[in-house]
Design a protein around this ligand. Structure first.
Ligand code: TYD
Length: 374
């Protein structure tokens, strides 16, 4: 019987990972430590909350007393550390909370794991600390090439800098104290339960309420998209077969521009759900500061060493995702209230008209200062 401590398990990827474990693994215990800040949502886990091998603990990874007590009371085998502030735009607005949660929170977990697991410089073979990082730590790619695990770390925004810093701490605890760890760097995820501040759920949500679809800059920034369940299976493969102290890239070679994503979503909703949703909703807005142009993962090492490969193509995954949001409008309406409204107005309400007009068949416009239909 393995006991998993999952941090941030009420967030998007964490919740999907818990569902994945419940579906695919037997004889495990799960402890979910989550502070339920704006993007963590207990509704994401309502199907599992009554299960006897699942325990939810509301708390902050920066709370040293709580985290140490947890490690002493529970025989934790695996830490799978998702908890983080993750939205680049919010980190541009205010970096400090990212430093606190993402770096200090990771340090707190590392210290607690070290204290609970180490005896005379030795760690029991069953213990593993897996840090869920991101391809964004590599920084920006131009048109050519891919990130490999050996690409130098060069984060370019406060969010990715905080993730890179936390990685360095994990590595330092491994090198200095021998703490058994793995680091995973995944490309952009999409799927159910993603908070609608990120591109794909934001576009779906705006289509459903006939609001404009804000596309930063020229819409040609590229991201490499992976269906969240494939990320979950990769994490399991790393825990099972990963080499101690190794970094693994996770991705599925699904590069798409922002504009392509918007078109796919609009067209699907237009054809299958609501003919009133058309490409006319697409609006170019002022670009993100320091906007990374392209991310693209080379996942060869993970495929070859761990025998992992993605099972969901983008074409299938995006339809599953849109359908999930169409079927879960109640979930959506709960999460887009309160803090979300304030964030949306603060961030998008002030976006100004970009200087250039792009050579694409859409109107260049500013997003309305107010979003009355919210
Ligand atoms: P996002 O989902 O924020 O992920 P990340 O920046 O971490 O990759 O954004 C994905 C891409 O979509 C990125 O190039 C920025 C762009 N984007 C928009 O064009 N409009 C938006 O409203 C958002 C949120 C993102």
């Amino acid at each position: 019987m393995k006991t998993y401590l999952i941090t941030g398990g009420a967030g998007f990827i964490g919740a999907n990972y818990i569902h994945y474990l419940m579906k695919n693994k037997q004889n495990i215990q799960i402890i979910n430590l989550d502070n339920l800040e704006y993007s963590g949502n207990p509704e994401n886990l309502k199907e599992v909350e009554e299960l006897s091998h699942y325990r939810f603990l509301k708390g902050d990874i920066c709370d040293r007393e709580l985290v140490c007590q947890l490690f002493h009371e529970a025989e934790i085998d695996y830490v799978v550390h998702f908890a983080a502030m993750t939205h680049v735009d919010r980190s541009i607005e205010s970096a400090r909370p990212f430093i606190h949660s993402n770096i200090e929170g990771t340090l707190t977990l590392l210290e607690a794991a070290l204290e609970a697991w180490e005896t005379d410089g030795q760690f029991p073979g069953s213990k593993k600390f897996l840090y869920v990082s991101t391809d964004e730590v590599y920084g920006d790619l131009r048109a050519e090439g891919y990130f490999t695990e050996d690409t130098p770390i060069a984060p370019r925004n406060p969010y990715s800098a905080s993730k890179a810093s936390a990685e360095m701490l994990v590595r330092a605890f491994g090198e200095t104290h021998g703490l058994p760890y793995h680091i995973t760097r995944c490309s952009n995820n999409y799927g159910p339960y993603q908070f609608p501040e990120k591109l794909i759920p934001l576009l779906i949500h705006n289509c459903l309420r006939h609001a404009e679809l804000p596309i930063y800059g020229d819409g040609q920034n590229i991201r490499d998209w992976l269906y969240v369940e494939d990320h979950c299976s990769a994490i399991e493969a790393v825990l099972k077969r990963g080499k101690p102290g190794a970094v693994y890239n996770i991705g599925g070679h699904n590069e798409k521009t922002t504009l392509e994503i918007a078109e796919i979503i609009v067209d699907y909703i237009h054809d299958h759900h609501d003919p009133a949703v058309t490409r006319d909703l697409i609006r170019y807005v002022a670009d993100r500061k320091g906007h990374d142009r392209r991310y693209a993962i080379d996942p060869r090492k993970t495929r070859e060493e761990l025998f992992w490969k993605p099972s969901v193509t983008f074409e299938t995954g995006i339809i599953k995702t849109i359908q999930w949001y169409l079927e879960n409008t109640e979930w959506l309406s709960h999460v887009v209230s309160g803090e979300y409204l304030e964030y949306y107005e603060r961030h998008y309400g002030s976006k100004t008209k970009p200087d250039a007009i792009y050579n694409v068949p859409y109107k260049v416009d500013t997003l309305r200062r107010r979003v009355p239909c919210l």
